[in-house]
Write a protein that binds this ligand. Structure first.
Ligand SMILES: [Zn+2]
Length: 246
């Protein structure tokens, strides 16, 4: 947990904030301040973004605990949040732990829509109304981005969990990480093409690509583990030894 500060603990889950959050907060503030009459709203916007991300991560963590898995930490950093979830090695447990995150954004959608309708009812356009409008889009943007079937994004992990049912733990991860790798490169290309912020595109692409490769390597480790298990089972049991007969 290097470079982080402890924020608070809720329901046994400790929330950490990475120091780089402050650097990016300053960068985003300077980029967005001109959008509002009073620049303080740019700061509120960034804080609201993190509040949404935090709720999303709690969705993952609490669902994971429900399945009997381990989830005791959430780290907030400039690319969003990471809930360190370790669900039991079952496709259903994995599916629920992952799907619960985007589900929070789905639940926020009608709430924010009502809030938006209320502030838009005012005749005079205010910073607050603009802020609610931006937060509405932030939530929708996060939802759409997260459910893209690009491993390690939630959508990619949902795809992996669904493939796990018919194809097993290893094959599903292999397919999802290859799709993730191709999808990450395609996403970066698309972001660059539509003129997204180059800094963010590069960081996000590097992060996704490295995680997709890590997924592939983990699948490889699982193959080795399975081979070792099979080899152990092939060894004949020696009478009188303590080797278990499988
Ligand atoms: Zn998520």
């Amino acid at each position: 947990m290097g470079g982080t500060i402890r924020l608070f603990k809720f329901s046994g889950i400790q929330v950490y904030l990475h120091f780089s959050w402050f650097i990016v907060a300053a960068y985003e503030y300077s980029r967005r301040a001109g959008v509002y009459t009073s620049p303080i709203w740019a700061l509120w916007e960034y804080i609201a973004l993190f509040a949404i991300v935090l709720l999303h991560e709690f969705g993952h963590a609490l669902a994971c605990r429900q399945t009997g898995g381990i989830a005791d930490r959430i780290v907030l950093w400039p690319l969003g949040g990471i809930a360190f979830v370790n669900p039991p090695r079952r496709p259903g447990a994995m599916l629920w732990s992952i799907a619960a995150g985007p589900l929070v954004n789905v639940l926020l959608l009608p709430i924010l829509t009502v809030a938006l309708a209320l502030v838009r009812a005012d005749v005079e356009p205010t910073d607050f109304a603009a802020f609610v409008g931006h937060v509405w889009w932030l939530n929708l943007g996060l939802l759409i981005f997260n459910i893209l079937p690009v491993y390690p994004l939630d959508g990619g992990q949902i795809l992996r969990s669904l493939l796990w049912f018919p194809l097993g733990e290893i094959r599903s991860l292999q397919i999802a990480s290859v799709v993730g790798l191709i999808g990450s490169i395609a996403l970066a290309g698309l972001a660059w093409f539509i003129g997204m912020d180059v800094f963010w595109t590069a960081i996000m692409a590097l992060f996704l690509i490295s995680r997709a490769i890590a997924g592939w390597q983990y699948a490889k480790a699982l193959v080795l583990e399975e081979e070792a298990n099979r080899a152990a089972r092939l060894v004949p049991t020696v009478p009188g030894s303590d080797r278990p007969a499988l």
